[in-house]
Design a binder for this molecule. Structure first.
Ligand code: AGP
Length: 598
């Protein structure tokens, strides 16, 4: 149950367990949060002494109710199975199984696998062989974990396009979608590869491919421990993760500048020659990671003079993008498991583009399938809303941009060193912002009754506005929209009415004054039409004061790096407003942290 609690971020609309004991499968399943299952188990404890499996679900096929919750069992209750992903050919398989007399009780795609496995086990008596044979019949994405009354000390699992990790303990072994589930027991792990089957007993782990041929596995040590995945005195993970941002950014920058002051990103696995031949960059990502990509474009094009496109990963492969060996695709993904991004990565590699992943989870699928990787070192992020991982993605993107400029000889060493020094100072600036957010909290509480909040920004402030709106939507379930400030007069300004809260991100007045002055004009435009202006501007920028109903000051930093500090009030604002509405900010409704379906 503790392991499931640590995985709840992957999905939390229902949960269930199956444990073997006395020659039978004992199951309990409940719709809603894990607490419902816990309560049910307290009332009716399971007394199994064999292997057990459990699951928290994020519904794709069938409503989130007790019946559709996993594990699923066959008619005879001989096999139990849990599943992540989508089995695309389940309808055909279900028809075939119904014709054979199998009785289905749920609306899920998963249930077909329980019946298929049971039929195979009945015929051959071996759960692992059954799993290999069933997997060959399945189309789509899946991690399947199964137990059978035929062998109560055994758990068999398989994966295709969905993550699965083995935890290696002493006299005990574990299987989970993420190491967080078993980190309290072991930090030694094995990441399963594509199309592999694992047979797990308390004292052995055997990995084969779908034909039963043994597979060599790579063991690795997890470099964070259970305390990093716990709340550390905060009421919510999100609150803790916001506060962890200075450390997360510092850790991401750590060790990436060599003694001679040059950036050294050898771990990226892309050679300087590879990077010199790049003629175009395409950044693909989803959600918050996409916003990091939008900001990266400004920095990369400014420093490297290479054209850079940014695209939502789920759209990328459907529009026939122009890619070749001279294209560098940068895939940004906190989890390394977002299916939309993974599919875009595969497509890009098929078109012979080189792919660099920016990722926070060591050994996850996207970096493993990319040509190179730059890891962010944010540590585990449990809250569904991305916070510290966004800031570290920005830091990693800046490093990539500067490194490209360095290897392509586009900037003098001292120019690069200046920006590196500015980046190195960012953790301290982030700390300063965190020390001044109390008024933002008060403001958020005062707006708990608002229906709509608009966000405006220009240049790198525009993706920050998008991120502010996304945070408010996903946490406070409010209508929130972001616009490029200049675009306002082309339509959205019609939305402005008396008292409508509008958050505006103002660029530094010391950078390009034209940019700054245009945003100040935009503030006046919305205020003249009755908006309540909430202005995020640099300390000492007196020009905005007369037009700000609420002024949130952030430290003076270079224009391109401003998102690292201007995003923080947005995060705090959305988090506090959601808390004021009584929402669970770690587990907002309908969402999952890692979206492993397309
Ligand atoms: C942001 O708060 C969300 N959790 C979501 O938009 C997220 O950034 C997106 O699903 C991408 O996830 P990834 O970075 O793990 O690929």
């Amino acid at each position: 149950m503790d392991g499931l609690a640590r995985l709840e971020y992957r999905g939390y609309d229902s949960a269930g367990v199956a444990v073997l004991g006395d020659g039978a499968l004992h199951t309990e399943k409940r719709a809603g949060k894990l607490a419902n299952l816990r309560e049910a188990l307290e009332k009716r404890p399971i007394n199994g002494d064999g292997a057990g499996i459990g699951h928290t679900r994020w519904a794709t096929h069938g409503a989130p109710n007790d019946v559709n919750a996993h594990p699923h069992v066959d008619d005879e209750r001989r096999v139990a199975v849990v599943h992540n992903g989508i089995i695309e050919n389940f309808a055909t398989l279900r028809l075939e199984l119904e014709e054979k007399g199998c009785k289905f009780v749920s609306d899920t795609d998963t249930e077909v696998t329980a019946h298929l496995l049971a039929l195979e086990v009945a015929e051959h008596g071996d759960l692992a062989a059954a799993m290999r044979s069933v997997c060959k019949r399945l189309e789509g994405a899946f991690t399947l974990v199964a137990t059978s009354v035929a062998d109560p000390g055994l758990v068999v699992a398989a994966r295709r396009n969905s993550p699965l990790v083995v935890g290696l303990g002493e006299g005990e072994n574990f299987l989970a979608s993420d190491v967080a589930a078993f980190i309290a027991h072991t930090r030694e792990a094995v990441e399963l590869g594509q199309d592999q089957v694992v047979e797990l007993r308390a004292d052995s782990v055997t990995v084969t491919d779908y034909d039963g041929a043994p597979v060599e596995v790579n063991e690795y040590h997890v470099d964070w421990d259970v305390s990093a995945a716990e709340k550390g005195g905060f009421d919510y993970f999100m609150l803790k993760e916001i506060v962890e941002q200075p450390r997360a950014v510092a850790d991401t920058l750590l060790g990436r500048v060599s003694a001679d002051g040059r950036l050294s990103l050898d771990e990226m696995r892309l050679s300087p020659a590879d990077l010199r031949s790049v003629e175009k960059i395409v950044i693909i990502a989803c959600g918050t990671s996409f916003h990091a990509g939008l900001i990266a474009k400004y920095a990369i094009e400014h420093w490297c003079r290479v054209p850079c496109e940014v695209e939502v990963a789920s759209e990328f492969r459907y529009r026939d993008p122009i890619l070749d060996q001279q294209t560098l695709v940068i895939a940004i993904s906190q989890s390394g498991e977002s299916m939309d991004t993974l599919m875009a990565v595969r497509y890009a590699r098929e078109q012979r583009a080189r792919v660099l992943a920016i990722c926070n989870v060591n050994g996850s699928t996207i970096p493993r399938e990319s040509d190179g990787v730059l890891y962010t070192h944010a540590g585990p992020e449990v809250g569904v809303a991305a916070t510290k991982t966004f800031l570290t993605q920005l830091a990693a993107c800046y490093l990539v941009g500067l490194y490209l400029a360095q290897v392509r000889g586009l900037k003098f060493g001292d120019e690069i060193n200046t920006v590196i020094a500015q980046l190195a100072a960012m953790p301290e600036q982030v700390e300063r912002v965190l020390g001044t957010v109390e008024p933002v909290r008060e403001l958020a509480r005062s707006l708990a009754g608002a229906d709509t909040v608009l966000f405006l920004g220009r240049h790198v402030g525009y993706p920050v506005a998008l991120e502010g709106a996304l945070k408010l939507k996903e946490l406070a379930y409010m209508h929130a929209e972001a616009f490029a400030a200049g675009e306002l007069k082309h339509g959205p300004i019609a939305l402005i009415e008396d008292g409508l809260p509008v958050v505006i991100v103002v660029p530094s007045p010391k950078g390009r004054s034209v940019l700054h002055d245009k945003v100040v004009s935009n503030i006046q435009e919305v205020r003249a039409r009755g908006a309540r202006t909430i202005v995020i501007a640099e300390e000492g920028d007196e020009s905005v004061r007369p037009y700000s109903d609420v002024l949130i000051e952030i430290p003076a930093v270079p224009t391109l790096l401003q998102p690292i500090v201007s995003t923080i009030p947005m995060q705090v604002f959305a988090c506090e407003l959601a808390l004021a509405k009584g929402n669970d900010v770690d587990r907002p409704r309908n969402l999952a942290k890692s979206v492993t379906v397309e």
